[in-house]
Write a protein that binds this ligand. Structure first.
Ligand code: SF4
Length: 280
């Protein structure tokens, strides 16, 4: 099978930095001495490799032994989480991506300047849960939100978005907000260019191939978004994590396949997949 790769794909700098930091801290403090608060990134394969290397993981701050070092993942955490960790005496290492940190600071500044903060994002995503902690009463909206109910009238609105959303989706949501009678609306672009580049490359490739494979964690927001966009571009698209999930029916009767991967998918997962697919 002929396989074409997206020009921009796989690990972003934020994920690379978080993994490097995790490896360094485990090396310094010792195996089993560092606990990540939730999965470091949304990729099972990478997370299990880190666990093998001695990084533990817990979803509940209250259960982490205070003698351990707690690692904040690339998605960041709320100020409340940092405060509670300090109260419990935990040593904290912060691997929050700089772009997520920027979104957190923007939310804080908008609130301080008198804006009611609105975040376009998935309310269940860890990044969003963390970012909205930087100002009181942030309203989170996404596709399907009834703006009449969710967005009470305020004179001044300050809008940010989840870093992994697509510009088209955010523009669509902003357009809906602007149809309402706000006196002032300030929009700060908090989208991640690494994600936008991967999305553009994926859509462009999807137009030239018979089938697209988008590799990455099934819970990874940016991978899911990319798969959705390829599908919307009219290309048969499969979102899978690794070659093990491949089924021959996925590529049956197809001649050219496109491959891309989310920002938390390592290069070895991509190259292994491509090697097998080319052999068909
Ligand atoms: S996708 Fe962007 S915001 Fe998310 S970790 Fe990577 S660089 Fe940071």
């Amino acid at each position: 099978m002929k396989v074409l790769l997206a020009s921009s794909r796989g690990f972003c700098f934020g994920v690379e930095d978080a993994i490097e930091m995790a490896e360094m801290v485990v090396e310094n403090r010792g195996q089993g001495e560092v606990v990540a608060l939730g999965p470091l990134i949304h990729n099972k394969q990478v997370v299990s490799k880190l666990e093998e290397a001695g990084l533990n993981q817990s979803g509940d701050l209250e259960t982490i032994d205070p003698s351990k070092t707690m690692l904040i993942r690339s998605h960041g955490a709320s100020p409340e989480t940092f405060k509670r960790a300090k109260e419990r005496g935990l040593d904290i290492v912060d691997a929050t991506c700089v772009l997520v940190k920027r979104a957190q600071n923007v939310v804080m500044q908008l609130h301080e300047r008198g804006y009611h903060v609105v975040m376009i994002g998935d309310p269940n995503h860890p990044e969003v849960k963390g970012v909205i902690g930087y100002a009181p009463n942030v309203t989170v909206i996404d596709e399907g939100t009834d703006l009449e109910v969710a967005l009470p009238y305020r004179e001044r609105l300050g809008i940010v978005a989840q870093t992994t959303h697509s510009p088209a989706h955010v523009a669509n949501m902003i357009q809906k907000i602007l149809l309402r009678p706000y006196r002032e609306v300030k929009i700060v672009n908090t989208l991640c260019l690494e994600v936008t580049r991967r999305q553009e490359a994926a859509i462009s490739l999807a137009k030239d191939v018979d089938v697209m494979f988008v590799l990455g964690g099934l819970h990874s927001a940016n991978t899911r978004e990319m798969a959705r966009m390829c599908s919307e571009a009219g290309c048969l698209t499969h979102h899978i994590e690794t070659w093990e999930q491949f089924e021959p029916s996925m590529a049956a009767d197809k001649v050219v396949a496109g491959v891309t991967a989310g920002a938390s998918t390592p290069e070895w997962v991509i190259s292994e997949f491509v090697k097998h697919l080319e052999a068909i």
